[in-house]
Design a protein around this ligand. Structure first.
Ligand code: GDP
Length: 479
């Protein structure tokens, strides 16, 4: 049993010899080397097959990445609208879309899809990707070059786009598309409003068509990995890559997402100041999906009843005077995150105004209360990323239903969270929360279709490792 308060000291060569490639300049991205020193417990191991797959991906990326000879060649084909089947390099372009938690999940999903289909992942920098994440691959950038000819269309790509896979199917009739001349590029619309044709992306025969397309451009706001596990042609490879299904996002996340030095400063300073000395670190992530901003009493009630019922925080002692229990009292640091500061103030005051029955000392902190989502503001997203990361460094985590912000924290942190159920009619649900079956994120908009039988079915009942989510009955997650 590892002591959660003691970060494990991992020697540098071990960090490098594990899942990460060598050959980076240490100072340009400190988190790559220092992050393991902050993580509690024993790191989850990547399979040898995943490690070798990552090394061969890095070689492919170096061969085909931006401005390499092969890249320049396929770029000419793309610009002239020519289809070339002989290209050695095929690409998957990820469009920067939606909130930061969503983007982290979709980027991991896109990367795994690229691994499975031998494509090179290129990342639309959007307004802030290079400001938030270090380059994950050695030698050649993962960023889509600024002169990429289709970038100006990214914003306009939507469910109705002529170039979307679903609409290509509709315009050519489903049976025929495989026979017609392939396109130089196809837009994959995997946003939550995608229709039944777009969803055929998750079928084997459609994958064999897409395999021939040199450029795939993907827009999504969903963690679609659970449904990749239901595609027959990917099944064996996924099993070899991830014998332990619960670690998919955790390992891909550890590999891909290294905070830049500016974000790492926010993380490490906060951690040293408010978390590192505590005996127990508790994370509470509050995300309220309501038209009004709150804070709401029913949400506060829910937080308190969940944390006290589950033994995450101690009960308070209403009796006076205080008799301090003998023996050593624990210090518990509570890290709260929310757009509102109201919940944090209430919890902090509660433990100021009352002693705990255990005598434990409760410190309550919240890094920011930004009021509302401000996707376009740079410092806002730096803070959001730092807060997701800080939550991932806690020992016990409480998250809000439906929130990708919480999924990122639990996944990076190797934490099975207690999920606060979504309140209905402004009342605290009873029970207030449930322990998650795994640390994996939930796919909020999965297809319910049997590709072979061509009819609807429950995709959460096919294999033991793909189940419905605790916080969304129609969602799918790996367990
Ligand atoms: P989701 O909407 O909860 O699934 O998470 P996303 O991260 O995709 O989008 C929510 C966005 O709102 C975040 O990216 C932040 O910009 C902002 N946000 C939500 N909750 C918090 C919070 O607790 N702290 C900070 N700093 N920002 C938050």
């Amino acid at each position: 049993e590892d002591d959660p308060a003691q970060p494990v000291q991992v020697p540098k060569d071990k960090i490098l010899g594990d899942i990460l490639p060598t050959g980076f300049d240490e100072k340009s991205c400190l988190s790559r080397y220092q992050s393991l020193l902050y993580r509690r417990g024993v790191p989850r191991k990547a399979s040898p097959h995943l490690i070798s797959k990552l090394r061969s991906y890095e070689a492919l990326h170096k061969k085909c990445g931006p401005y390499t000879a092969l890249y320049n060649k396929t770029m000419e084909d793309l610009k002239s609208g020519r289809y070339s089947s002989i290209s050695d390099c095929k690409y998957l372009v990820w469009i920067s879309f939606s909130g930061l938690g969503n983007r982290i999940l979709t980027l991991a999903s896109a990367f795994l899809y690229a691994l499975l289909t031998d494509r090179v992942l290129l990342v639309d920098p959007g307004i802030d990707i290079p400001d938030l994440f270090c380059e994950p691959f050695p030698d050649v950038s993962w960023l889509l070059p600024l002169d990429f000819p289709l970038t100006s269309q990214f914003n306009g790509f939507n469910q109705k786009s002529r170039q979307s896979y679903g609409n290509l199917l509709k315009s050519k009739s489903v049976g025929n598309i495989t026979g017609s001349a392939p396109q130089p590029y196809v837009y994959l619309h995997l946003v939550h409003d995608y229709d039944d044709h777009d969803k055929l992306f998750f079928c084997d025969q459609d994958q064999s068509y897409l395999q021939k397309i040199p450029w795939l451009i993907m827009k999504t706001d969903n963690y679609f990995i659970p449904s990749l596990f239901l595609i027959h042609s990917f099944e064996q490879e996924l099993h070899n890559l991830f014998p332990d299904k619960e670690t998919v996002f955790h390992l891909l996340g550890r590999y891909l997402f290294h905070p830049t030095n500016s974000v790492w400063g926010l993380i490490s300073r906060y951690y040293e100041a408010y978390l590192s000395k505590a005996d127990v670190k508790v994370g509470i992530q509050i995300r309220v999906f309501d038209t009004e901003t709150g804070p709401f009493k029913h949400v506060l009630d829910q937080i308190l009843s969940c944390t006290m019922k589950e033994g995450i925080l101690p009960q308070i002692n209403e009796q006076e005077p205080i008799i301090k229990p003998s023996g050593k009292q624990k210090t518990v640091s509570v890290l709260m995150t929310s757009l509102s500061g109201g919940y944090f103030e209430e919890v902090r005051d509660l433990y100021w105004e009352h002693p705990t029955v255990t005598g434990d000392v409760i410190e309550v902190y919240q890094p920011s209360h930004e009021g509302h989502q401000q996707t376009e503001k740079q410092n806002h997203n730096r803070k959001a990323w730092a807060e997701m990361y800080l939550l991932s460094l806690t020992d016990k985590l409480v998250t809000s239903s439906w929130s990708t912000f919480g999924y990122v924290a639990q996944g990076l942190g190797n934490l099975k969270p207690w999920i606060l159920y979504k309140p209905e009619n402004r009342t605290a649900p009873d029970p207030p929360c449930q322990r998650a079956a795994s640390m994996e994120p939930c796919f909020h908009a999965p297809p319910f279709y049997d590709c072979k039988l061509r009819r609807g079915m429950d995709t959460g009942a096919l294999v033991p490792h793909v189940k419905h989510c605790e916080d969304m009955s129609w969602g799918l997650k790996l367990v």
